[in-house]
Ligand binder design. Structure first.
Ligand code: GLA
Length: 695
């Protein structure tokens, strides 16, 4: 049974992991254990009640509280901070009730109550046994008759086993340069990763992996987790003076406040976390499987090969020229034709039009229907770009509703890319955008929407808010989810893509709405290798849109560019009219090959064999779930002579089955391919794709 109770407390078990919590002798809900699943219930240690450390660190500070609130003599980075109406800023929580959720026995709700105020904190756990993941979120309820101000409400504190020598892996970057994998030792103190930008951001991602300093791709203990949230977030790792290590994760409390009125509740987003002994590779695969099966709206549906016109035409779109591109796209096997920016009212450059979501009459005098019909007649689905959260001051919408943007009345409105942010916390804004996009979707045969978001916040004011104006940070994201989800429910077949100037909004929150993410605006293939590798730590390849474009075409072959994009959901963004016959034919062959193997890439197990961030000779491998077939991509960028390329050791094969690998003598056992390896020869800026087949 995934969740059970003994006298010591509660045990949450997945296929391979165990997690235990319980009351210590002081009656405080404490963390007991998180790691490999233990054979017997009595193996799980009792909740500790440590004594004080001199007169400076009391017992409260030293105990492993499961969800510490700011109270008493504890200096731990807390999960919860609140101020009651009488000014008291100390939340003292004790256990109230415990419920084991639904009949699948996969949920546990532990309700804590403040010792004085009718203020409740419900810790909500859910185990995902097959994925070795535990989900945590929290609901705060005010059953009093005066408001309470919430100043911090995190989703979880994840405790690691006592010890030292831990190492944090995370990703960082910037626009056009996202998802660098970083590793650093954890030392005493707090390390904070966060977003204050209103969206998830290009700079960090709400994901962590912590190991004991020696895990690699294939082996070693790794504790990892994410936050499913697309707004400001905060992830902090704390190592205390007595070597207790914890991760706090949740909505960022920076500039945050929430007025919790009487009889109201506030629920945090979920944090999912897991433990594995299979290294970083297995940690990624656990998240991949979970996201593919239980998070995205269309699990199991193969993602289509798309063409996107942005890099070819930028804003210069009209039915005629798009149809010429569509014709070429269809010839090389594209299945989904997406028209990007530039199609709507008044949009000739980036200084006008956002907010006015109807076809520009000069470019599309008869609406979008003729183009869509043409695209459909070519055998392709049609997709469209929108940026619903934005408005240009030069738009009908802004002229009618200048008060709808996020702003402070006495301050300027900082424009970025000539645009301002609509306040999606407001219901009038939400309803307006729903009606505009609903009209587009109901009047046109649109199968795919790219939802973009091209700037970060400034002057985060919301003067006419009902509650605390600082609720904006959360209510905005809830508004985006609400609008998107309303449309998604009305048009369930539509596939959505999340883009924010590339990878600015990639997280498990948005993946509940979008099946695909545009990982970066940087489409240069060698840069992309690095970005894609970082992306793969967190997200499955079935969510990673990757286009073949003309970037660096003079020194990077079409095949290399294709191979890089085939590592995810293949798309094309090049100017197809600039390809000669031979290039188009080659593209057609590669698209056809991708269609043959995409089920392995999109839904198989991914292994990072050699990192492109660390090595100019890199490789990534995919193996189908039944281990009957696989694909290996190998890339060489620039390595000056003399060169001796290292062998590659395959992963994830059935050791006793026999496999062939394209171009290599065989068959050999899976064991041999994994332990003897194979020697791939490549010149600079060459790549290869090898098929692996069980016989
Ligand atoms: C952003 C996106 C691009 C493209 C442009 C259009 O930069 O990331 O892919 O859609 O907007 O303006």
């Amino acid at each position: 049974m995934p969740i059970y109770a003994t006298e010591q407390g509660w045990m949450l078990e997945t296929r391979n992991t165990g997690y235990a919590l319980g009351l210590n002798r002081a009656g405080r809900l404490s963390h007991r254990y998180w790691g490999v699943r233990l054979p017997y219930p009595e193996d799980y240690p009792a909740a500790a009640n440590p004594g004080p450390w001199a007169s400076f660190d009391g017992s409260a500070h030293r105990m492993l509280e499961e969800y510490p609130a700011y109270a008493g003599a504890s200096y731990i980075d807390p999960c919860l901070k609140a101020t009651f109406a009488d000014g008291v800023r100390d939340v003292v929580l004790r256990i109230d009730t415990v419920e084991q959720g639904d009949d699948t026995r996969e949920e546990l709700h532990i309700r804590l109550r403040d010792t004085y105020y009718p203020f409740f904190v419900t810790l909500r756990y859910r185990v995902h046994p097959d994925y070795d993941l535990i989900e945590r979120r929290v609901t705060i309820t005010n059953e009093g008759d005066t408001p309470v101000t919430l100043e911090r409400v995190l989703s979880a504190q994840w405790h690691l086993p006592r010890g030292d020598g831990y190492r944090l892996t995370h990703v960082d970057g910037r626009h056009l340069d996202e998802m660098y994998v970083r590793r650093e030792p954890l030392m005493q103190g707090i390390k904070i990763l966060e977003s204050r930008r209103l969206t998830t951001s290009h700079n960090h991602n709400p994901w962590f992996a912590i190991d004991r300093g020696c895990a690699d791709e294939d082996a070693g203990e790794v504790w990892f987790g994410v936050l499913a949230w697309s707004g400001n977030w905060r992830l902090s790792t704390e190592v205390t003076e007595l070597a207790s290590t914890r991760v706090n994760i949740g909505i960022n409390d920076w500039d945050f406040a929430w007025r919790l009125d009487p009889q109201q509740s506030f629920t945090t987003p979920s944090s999912y976390a897991g433990y594995t002994t299979g290294g970083f590779g297995e940690a990624s695969r656990r998240l991949h499987d979970f996201t593919r099966d239980l998070v995205v709206p269309h699990p199991g549906e193969p993602r289509k090969v798309l063409y996107n016109s942005w890099e070819a035409t930028t804003f210069a779109v009209d039915a005629q020229s798009q149809l010429v591109l569509a014709q070429r796209a269809a010839e090389i096997g594209v299945e989904l034709f997406v028209m990007d920016d530039g199609w709507f009212h008044g949009r000739a450059t980036d200084n006008a039009g956002l907010g006015d979501w109807w076809p520009d009459v000069e470019k599309f005098p008869d609406g979008l229907a003729p183009l869509i019909k043409g695209v459909n007649e070519l055998g392709m689905d049609f997709g469209l770009w929108v940026e619903p959260e934005m408005v240009n001051p030069n738009s009908d919408l802004y002229r009618a509703h200048p008060d709808w943007v996020i702003h402070f009345p006495t301050r300027g409105r900082t424009e970025m890319r000539n645009q301002l942010i609509l306040n999606f916390a407001r219901s009038d804004v939400q309803n307006y955008i729903i009606s505009q996009l609903d009209r587009l979707l109901s009047e046109n045969n649109i199968a795919f929407i790219k939802w973009d978001m091209n700037r970060n916040v400034s002057e985060p004011g919301w003067q006419d808010a009902d509650g605390d104006p600082r609720e904006l940070w959360v209510r905005y994201v809830q508004g985006v989810y609400f609008v998107w989800n309303t449309l998604r429910t009305r048009y369930p077949a539509v596939i959505w893509q999340s883009c924010s100037g590339g990878g600015g909004r990639a997280d498990l929150g948005i993946l509940r709405l979008a099946d695909q993410i545009w990982a970066s605006d940087n489409t240069e293939a060698t840069a992309r290798l690095v970005i894609q590798e970082g992306f793969s730590y967190v997200f499955p390849p079935s969510t990673m849109e990757a286009w073949v474009t003309d970037a660096a075409r003079d020194h990077i072959s079409l095949q290399f560019r294709f191979h890089v994009s085939m590592c995810g959901v293949l798309g094309i963004g090049a100017h197809l009219l600039h390809w000669n016959e031979q290039q188009s034919a080659e593209a057609g062959r590669l698209v056809a090959q991708y269609k043959e193997i995409r089920h392995i890439i999109q839904f198989g197990d991914l292994s990072r064999l050699r990192s492109p961030q660390l090595h100019p000779f890199s490789a990534v491998q995919y193996v189908s779930k039944d281990r009957s077939e696989g694909v290996l991509f190998v890339f060489r960028t620039l390595i000056p002579d003399p060169v001796e390329l290292p062998p590659l050791y395959l992963r994830g094969l059935d050791p006793h089955a026999r496999y062939t690998v394209t171009g290599f003598e065989g068959p050999c056992s899976g064991q041999a391919w994994m332990h003897v390896g194979l020697q791939v020869s490549l010149n600079n800026f060459q790549s290869t794709l090898l098929r692996i087949r069980r016989i």
